[in-house]
Design a protein around this ligand. Structure first.
Ligand SMILES: Nc1ncnc2c1ncn2[C@@H]1O[C@H](COP(=O)(O)OP(=O)(O)OP(=O)(O)O)[C@@H](O)[C@H]1O
Length: 303
């Protein structure tokens, strides 16, 4: 395991920010950590990176106890609220972070990370003159300096335009191919859905849902069917066999229904065509991460 925690708790005075967190992240995963504002995401990341001590519980990162210096040498961290020394050039900043990592300066390494984040031409510009998006990119470059085994990204695209977001998405996917594990905290659910293979949703300091993206989204499927008029008999067979809530065929020849699994789709097609019905369209719509998130967090709010 790259990250493993057991009942991790962080309390500030009388406020419990994070309560009894159990996380397991495997090598090579892109792990999305989601939750509404104030849910405890940044506090969790800070405990995992050794910036904040847990009040109780324990954990390991890269097979070392939380906060271990050896493990931190192979961690990359892009914080949510980045603020860099404006008087430094991008190169200066990389050199500064290189020394914080206790690495030897290496112009080639600097060029590689600058190239990766799309700032190769701007490395000798002052950071104060960078746009917000460029500052976020240089922050990512700093996080990439140690060739991290584990990369923490806290809202990595908050300052980026759509092209910048796509660039970061591609960087994340490339890093995964190279064996890096990524722990991504983001409010942009479509972005998380596009890159993460596992997620955990935290609300009010507690993990309320976790699992593989596939399992979370491949649950129910909404199916829209467009076909020639169907007989009462076939309609009742569909309703009985697949879904008691199937909407009857509308005048435009469509039926909407909810299926338990996508494996039922070919069965429905077979049933319709065997009954002599002409099938024009069969469109499945899976749950989105946003609908799962809203359901899970919404249920918590109303309970
Ligand atoms: N240093 C601190 N002192 C006191 N309370 C804190 C401290 N840091 C965080 N908290 C509280 O802990 C809770 C969790 O905060 P945290 O920053 O981890 O949430 P978050 O999920 O990262 O939120 P956001 O999405 O808004 O960044 C909040 O109620 C916050 O006010």
């Amino acid at each position: 395991m790259i990250i493993e925690t057991e009942n991790l708790v962080k309390a500030y005075q009388n406020k419990v920010a994070v309560n009894s967190i159990n996380l397991s992240v495997e090598k090579g995963q892109i792990y999305g950590f989601l939750g509404p504002n104030g849910a405890g995401k940044s506090t969790t990341i800070k405990m995992l990176t050794g910036l904040v001590f847990p009040s109780s519980g324990k954990g390991q990162v890269l097979d070392r106890p939380l906060g271990d210096v050896q493990a931190r040498a192979k961690l990359g961290y892009l914080p949510e609220h980045f603020r860099y020394q404006e008087w430094m050039t991008g190169e200066d900043l990389l050199n500064f972070h290189t020394s914080l990592y206790r690495l030897k300066r290496d112009p080639e390494r600097n060029r590689n990370v600058l190239r990766r984040v799309g700032l190769l031409e701007q490395g000798n510009y002052k950071v104060g003159g960078y746009s917000k998006g460029m500052q976020q990119r240089i922050g990512l470059a700093c996080a990439l300096l140690p060739g991290p085994d584990l990369l923490f990204l806290d809202e990595p695209t908050s300052a980026l335009d759509p092209i910048g977001r796509k660039d970061v998405r591609d960087i994340i996917l490339d890093l995964q191919k190279e064996g890096t594990t990524i722990f991504l905290n983001s409010h942009l659910l479509s972005e998380v859905e596009a890159v993460c293979d596992h997620i955990a949703i935290i609300n009010k300091g507690v993990i309320v849902k976790s699992g593989s993206m596939k399992d979370l989204l491949m649950g129910k499927v909404t199916l829209s069917i467009r076909c020639s008029p169907i007989t009462e008999d076939i309609y009742h067979r569909i309703k009985e066999r697949f879904d008691s809530t199937a909407a009857p065929q509308l005048e435009d020849g469509s039926i909407f229904m909810t299926l338990k699994t996508r494996e039922e789709i070919p069965e429905i097609a077979a049933l319709l065509t065997a009954g002599g019905i002409k099938l024009y369209e069969l469109t499945p719509q899976h749950e989105t991460l946003e609908s799962v998130f809203l359901k899970v967090v919404g249920e918590e709010e109303t309970s």
